[in-house]
Write a new protein. Structure first.
Lengths: 433, 334
């Protein structure tokens, strides 16, 4: 069975896009809609809101910091068994949560167990998707990530209905059943053997080589900065609007508009990323720059119309930077190391995300308005986009093709397999349809 | 509770005095002082002192009646504790107040006290002060303006409402449920709980300590905890707030589910997922077998599939090398 040199760019790849769409929905869509359970938990266990919100914070933290583990396991065993195990863990966590008798139980079941399941699911799925596409990678990623936005529209009312009908315990049991579909969609992740795979070595070797790869480290720093600013409006936009005198309903509607703009941005940017010549990193820098500007200008907007336009612009540009952020990585570190690269990247950039929102809240408490926090978020994004300028080949005009990437990784490999040369000369075997 | 004790002899008096309303015993002197005089005159044995008056909460309510409008003018007035309330009707008319005759009604019966009248710029105000100290005082009072068309404004006196959760409470068997009732700004004398049996309300037996418990709470709310729920105990529960001036009820729907209720959909979805996974993996195996014509490569494919799901500790390199050498062997054998 021969390894391909070029990713299929279609065929079974579109099935993987479908799988990734649902995996994004089942991981982040579920996480984002979990807020409906908060009131129930607070009432049942008589705990303040701050302590209840730790449940999802722990879940997100475990998902982010566990990403390298998911990646390493995927490199070793292929994405399919890892993702299917992740699905079982995520569902198990929810099932255990339905029997909870204290908040600590929920921290351990949803936070730790489901979080670990999600760590084994999301990163390997997106990395697997990147391996299936080269010319249409950004579009495929953009389409898959729309799963997150669309699913929050569906899951929030659905979870609310479940709670009304079955009370939170029964509802959690049924959310566990829904999460089991991660296993079903994980079965679709047929592993792909690509040319670079034997050259880049096992998971530990890959991680080690990545930590010495200067472009990767620069990219990680830049993306951490971007992440620090990225989430802030989602957390503070509604409150800021109400500070300006908006009623709660129009303010919530504004957030929905931002979400729709986010979806449109993802798909548009995905398409644009593929048709634009040159490294995708330039588009990422563009979108980050625009997002930073939108954020920095947001506090200046006093009129409703200007605020709405800026908020929609933020939604569009921030959605646009997500698919290209994932697409830059294979060009940077080569498709063979994508699992480890993505895992490590997720772990480090999450520090930015975890620090960004509390920092913004702290600044808001300090100054009394969101002006400073929005400006600081914009500054993070702008500095991140500047950091992207340091990436190699940034100012070139041709996109590195798959074979070029292969030779790039070949020169960076730690262990050289003696049979590699023989390998590259074989014609690609018959792969899946 | 002081007002309760003070109001008791007063309410006994009023029970006696209510028929006097329709007997026309007063002149058009100011109402409040007239009552005071009447009380001290009529009371003989009872020692109702004027210290009962400070216990009455002063209240007022106003409506606007327009002569040229056919609209129904009414207002609900919530009275929680015995009160001395002044009802005012502003009448907007083109006629001179001198020619407008106004009187008051309690329910359908006319009150035989002359209405007080005040005149402002272009509005005439009829007013009356009532002592509301008993359940029988909680009625609908109207000011009636006579004319070509009779116009009136009505005040409906109501006891405070009891607030409960509108949505049904969902609990599982062997769990415990807490039912809440709240009377907001008003404090009732007592709370009582009832369960519905069809159309009857059956009082809850609070002596069953292992089943029912009233949780400690503020006086304007009540919490009933039902332990060891059974599926037969679902249905409507009523809490009744007992005020001096009447009673008010709230209802709460309790649904008791057995664990089977969410379990069945859960098992159904799990079965569906297992079917999907089996189907996907079988399809993959089938298409791979179909594509590979020779048996040697078949074996290779089966090994390829097996090693993916294999949780061995072999290094990736070694398996790849192993497979590579197999392929070269196969190709060379062809």
């Amino acid at each position: 069975m021969a390894n391909r040199v070029e990713p299929p760019d279609g065929g079974w790849g579109w099935i993987v896009v479908l799988s990734a769409f649902f995996q994004s929905a089942l991981v982040f869509g579920v996480l984002r809609s979990f807020g409906v359970f908060f009131l129930e938990f607070a009432a049942e266990f008589k705990e303040p809101a701050a302590r209840v919100s730790w449940i999802t914070s722990i879940g997100i933290a475990v998902q982010q910091f566990g990403s390298p583990v998911g990646s390493a396991l995927s490199t070793q065993f292929g994405p399919r068994p890892v993702v299917m195990t992740g699905g079982i863990l995520a569902a198990l966590g929810m099932m255990l949560a339905s029997f909870a008798t204290s908040l600590t139980h929920l921290y351990l079941s949803i936070g730790l167990t489901s979080g670990a399941g999600w760590a084994l699911t999301f990163t390997p799925t997106v990395a697997c998707l990147s391996r299936y596409f080269s010319k249409r990678r950004s579009l495929a990623t953009g389409l898959a990530l729309t799963g997150i936005g669309l699913s929050s529209f569906v899951f929030s009312p659905f979870f609310q209905w479940l709670i009304t009908y079955y009370s939170w315990r029964g509802a959690l049991l049924l959310v566990a059943a829904v999460s089991l579909h991660i296993v079903a969609f994980g079965a679709l992740l047929r592993p792909l053997k690509l040319a670079e795979d034997p050259a880049v070595g096992g998971p530990m070797a890959q991680l080690f080589s990545l930590l010495h790869h200067r472009p990767f480290l620069c990219y990680t720093v830049a993306l951490t900065l971007i992440n620090a600013g990225y989430f802030i409006p989602y957390v503070h936009l509604v409150a800021h609007a109400q500070d300006l005198g908006w009623d709660p309903l129009p303010a919530a509607f504004l957030l929905s508009l931002v979400a729709v703009a986010d979806l449109a941005g993802r798909v548009f940017s995905g398409w644009l990323g593929d048709v634009t010549p040159g490294p995708v990193a330039r588009l990422l820098a563009l979108w980050s720059f625009l997002t930073g500007m939108a954020l920095a200008l947001l506090p200046v907007a006093q009129q409703s119309l200007v605020l709405t336009v800026l908020a929609i612009a933020y939604g569009f540009t921030s959605g646009a930077l997500t698919p290209v952020a994932f697409s830059v990585l294979p060009e940077l570190v080569g498709i063979g190391r994508i699992y480890s690269g993505l895992g490590l990247l997720q772990m480090v950039e999450s520090i930015g995300g975890l620090l960004g929102a509390p920092l913004s809240g702290y600044l808001r408490d300090l100054t009394g308005s969101y002006t400073v926090s929005f400006v600081v978020a914009g500054a993070f994004l702008l500095s991140g986009s500047l950091g992207l300028l340091t990436l190699p080949g940034f100012f070139c005009f041709s996109k590195p093709s798959a074979t070029e990437q292969y030779s790039m990784t070949k020169s960076l490999e730690v262990r050289v397999s003696p049979k590699t040369a023989e390998y590259g000369e074989e014609s690609p075997g018959v792969q899946d349809p | 509770m002081r007002s309760a004790l003070g109001a008791l002899p007063l309410s006994i008096f009023l029970f006696v005095a209510v028929p006097c309303f329709s007997q026309g015993t007063t002149s058009d002197a100011d109402f409040t002082t007239a009552v005071a005089t009447e009380e001290t005159v009529e009371m003989g044995k009872e020692n109702v002192t004027s210290t009962s008056y400070p216990d009455l909460i002063p209240m007022e309510a106003t409506v606007l009646v327009i002569e040229t409008s056919d609209a129904v003018v009414e207002q609900n007035v919530t009275i929680g504790n015995p009160a001395s309330i002044e009802l005012k009707c502003n009448f907007s008319t083109t006629r001179h107040p001198q020619f407008v005759y106004v009187y008051w009604k309690k329910g359908d019966y006319r009150i035989n006290k002359t209405s007080g009248v005040r005149v402002f710029e272009d509005v005439m105000q009829a007013h009356i002060r009532l002592m509301i100290t008993d359940k029988m005082d909680m009625d609908s009072y109207s000011c009636v303006f006579e004319g070509i068309k009779e116009r009136k404004g009505t005040f409906h006196f109501k006891v405070p409402e009891v607030y409960t959760k509108e949505k049904p409470l969902v609990n599982y068997e062997r769990d415990s449920a807490v039912l809440n009732c709240n009377s907001k700004n008003y404090v009732p004398l007592e709370w009582k709980w009832y369960a519905s049996n069809g159309s009857e309300k059956v009082p809850i037996d609070l002596t069953m300590k292992n089943k029912y418990e009233i949780l400690p709470s503020k006086h304007n709310e009540t919490k009933l905890k039902i332990k060891h729920l059974q599926s037969t105990e679902g249905g409507l529960y009523w809490c009744r707030a007992i005020f001096l001036l009447g009673e008010s009820e709230g209802k709460q729907n309790l649904r008791v589910l057995s664990y089977l209720v969410p379990l069945k959909p859960f098992l159904a979805v799990t079965a569906e997922v297992v079917l999907l996974v089996t189907g996907i993996l079988l399809y993959e195996l089938y298409t791979k077998r179909r594509q590979m014509p020779s048996g040697g490569k078949d074996f290779e494919q089966a090994e390829h599939l097996k090693s993916e799901d294999h949780n061995g500790v072999q290094k990736n390199n070694q398996t790849t090398r192993h497979r590579k050498s197999e392929v070269t062997v196969n190709l060379s054998s062809n």
